[in-house]
Design a protein. Sequence first.
Length: 275
Amino acid sequence: MLIKRKSIEQVESSRPASKPASKPAKAAPAARKIKYAPVTLSEQDGVRYLHFGTEWVQGAMRIRKPDWPELEYAQQMMAWMLWVEQPRRIAQLGLGTAALTKFCYKHFPQADVTAIELNPSVIAICESMFKLPDNDERLHVLEMDALDYVHDKSVHNTLDALQVDLYDATARGPVLDTPEFYQACNACLADGGVMTVNLFGDHPSYAKNIKAMKFAFDQVVCLPQVHDGNVVAIAFKQSRPMDLEALKARAAQIVADTKLPAKSWVKGIEQALQK
């Protein structure tokens, strides 16, 4: 999503990201030296936006509603709720403004919520400017590579929901997009687990990612495009029958419980099935 930036603030912080008491073991660090894009902010009409030194929006937060996923695609990333009602473990790859992490932490008090972010400045800015809570016994924001996380065998077969939103400053496509990566994502899911992925429908990376996901997962469904090209793909560890009446009933419950626009997700799934 592109916006005209009203004001830009480059934020630098030496405050280390908080760590949980226990976490999956990190793999050995890669030999390559990672160069991060600058973390910048803008605000417009009561919404604070995160950028990586460009006008591409990496996430957003309505200042008066810090736990609400402001962007429509971020709301769609919660579409796994149509099938998973009581998640025990939820993970997010790519922290952004922590919109999904905060929402899951608030609305699923029984769940362990983990967010993986490689850039320490993103974690610091989420803590200072996007109301990210401190780590505790069920919230774990980890500074590590998402590829290391999905290959960690202690994570395999544990997640009920996995949300993947991995973009760099150029926003040309997910930075991890191979069949092997998506196979590792599949391995992280428990039986009945669901993954959602943010893609760009108008970019060549879209077809590559869909092909890789269909190689790794039994079933993949895409919601209609929103914003300036965002498409959320839903991937299932095991194929599921698409009972539209049951999904509509579940969507109505989600709307009542959370105010998320879940009925529109079911309409999007119905459109996808008709193609």
